[in-house]
Design a protein around this ligand. Structure first.
Ligand code: 0X9
Ligand code: ZN
Length: 487
């Protein structure tokens, strides 16, 4: 059992109350000032000449309005709360005139990347050079390279790794999962499943490196590392490398910092933000946009996008899923529900204590500090996001890790440290999952017993303790055994 009460942060990183009011402005369409443009000599690729990435201190609503007008592509909130009395710090892609506009009103703006096109050029030159002799995690990988890597893992250990198709993207690319589990059968029923996905957002390249590192460690560690062996004996770990394969390919071929999928919208723009398209509180509270061109465009209806449908239908067909990680970048956060409202989610203590545990596991592994908190307050309002659907609709414990930056193109030296710390978080999560601690207090007691009995008597899906997809007396037996054993 874990007791995380000792792990409270000394300083509460969640203090940006002012974000609630106007957080929705972040990522909405503004003027088209900072849009990238196609190159004259290279019509296939969108260029970022004259653009930079800046970190701006937001003092008030007027600052936020202005910055969203002159720089419609918000890259991240940072954990930095900014100078006292300010609202906090945001990263933006911006051009020189936008920067001038911010400085003209006295905003404090730090230039993180002075020449974004240079970063893109360096990255693509480096990747084109792609020394075959180096390790797989020494640089970013294309859609096909990841697919080959997955197939290689399966070929190496077919007894623990297999591949499954979830569905097709809009452009008919396969959305697939790598299923990892040992041949050791569960005590009873089915094994609980931990579902992990990367790349809902196309440009977040480091996320798939991180999930592939987990896959690699688990596949190669089984039977070698006792922690891995125990985890794969108890759980099935299902990894979906690309929820948004079309967007990912597009970032490799055409527009490096594309975020959404590639849906052609009615007004000639492209893309729905897959992480605003989930069917729970879809479209509510300004946590998404109804404007086609917005970076957070929610689509025409909940689950209008085939990528979301594929994930949803697979989840509904696999009742064993108990935990879910929707991996994003960047900003070093561990976010949990709700994203769509500042109200606390029922049972948020579970989400919070497990997030705090992951945070500590990351630190203990030699990693950096991740800020754990409810999405709405810690980052910004997000409606139609994955974690709210998984938690709110499916009763699956769900988190969004936001990995390291310092941009969507972290230097390749950042890949492995980031992957290692997130793998440490995953192992910790698996080792500390306790189904019998129904109310997530960190210990199993009679309150848990009563809570389970209430769910069981009501026939709720959450009483499917042995993960078979239905509630019956086996679930009662399984719960009682776990209760007696203390987890
Ligand atoms: O805005 C998002 O979708 C995520 N941040 S990102 O910079 N990677 O785009 C945060 C999503 C948090 N998750 C949910 N609220 N579902
Ligand atoms: Zn993202």
């Amino acid at each position: 059992m874990f007791d995380l009460r000792a792990n409270e942060p000394t300083r509460n990183p969640v203090r940006r109350s002012a974000w609630f009011a106007v957080g929705a402005l972040v990522g909405l369409t503004g003027a088209a000032i900072a849009q990238p443009h196609a190159a004259e000599g290279d019509p296939g690729r969108v260029r970022y000449d004259g653009q930079m990435v800046v970190r701006a201190v937001i003092r008030d609503a007027a600052d936020l309005m202005l910055v969203n007008q002159v720089a419609p592509d918000c890259w991240s909130h940072t954990a930095d709360p900014g100078p006292p009395g300010t609202w906090g710090v945001l990263d933006y892609r911006i051009d020189a005139s936008g920067l001038e506009a911010l400085r003209a009103v006295g905003m404090q703006v730090e230039v993180l990347i002075p020449d974004l096109q240079r970063v893109v050029d360096e990255e693509s030159r480096r990747l084109a050079g792609g020394a075959m002799t180096r390790g797989w995690f020494d640089d970013y990988k294309s859609l096909d390279q990841v697919s080959q890597f997955v197939d290689g893992l399966i070929a190496a250990r077919p007894e623990i790794a297999s591949r499954e198709t979830l569905g097709l993207s809009l452009e008919q690319r396969e959305i697939y999962a790598l299923r990892l589990t040992s041949p050791v059968p569960p005590d009873r029923g089915g094994k609980p499943v931990i579902l992990i996905n990367s790349v809902q957002h196309a440009r977040e390249w480091i996320t798939v490196m991180s999930t592939m590192y987990m896959a690699d460690q688990l596949v190669n560690g089984y039977g070698v590392d006792p922690r891995v062996t125990a985890v794969l004996d108890k759980f099935e770990i299902v990894i979906v490398p690309f929820v948004n394969p079309d967007g990912y390919v597009y970032t490799w071929t055409t527009e490096r910092y594309w975020r959404k999928n590639r849906r052609p919208n009615a007004n000639g723009t492209f893309g729905v933000d897959n992480n605003r398209n989930w069917g729970f509180a879809w479209g509510s509270n300004n946590g998404s946009s109804g404007n086609f061109g917005s970076e957070t465009y929610r689509g025409t209806a909940p689950f209008s996008e085939p990528e979301n449908v594929a994930m949803r239908d697979w989840t509904l067909a696999n009742p064993g899923v108990v935990m879910h990680l929707d991996v994003h970048s960047y900003g070093q956060y561990l976010l949990y529900s709700w994203g769509y409202t500042p109200a606390p989610a029922p049972g948020v203590g579970a989400l919070r204590s497990l997030a705090m545990g992951m945070r500590q596991a990351i630190l203990d592994s030699g990693g950096v500090t991740y800020n754990a908190g409810q999405c709405y307050q810690t980052l910004y309002p997000v409606s139609g996001g994955a974690i709210d659907w998984y938690y709110g609709d499916q009763n699956i414990l769900s988190w969004t890790p936001e990995l390291r930056g310092p941009s969507f193109s972290p230097p390749p030296s950042v890949i492995l440290p980031t992957a290692r710390e997130m793998y440490a978080a995953l192992l910790w999560l698996a080792e500390n999952y306790c189904g019998a601690d129904v109310d997530y207090t960190g210990f199993v007691d009679s309150v848990d017993f009563d809570a389970f009995m209430a769910m069981f008597e009501a026939g709720l899906p959450s009483a499917d303790f042995d993960h078979t997809g239905f509630v019956d007396t086996d679930d009662f037996d399984a719960f009682v055994q776990a209760f007696i054993e203390g987890c």
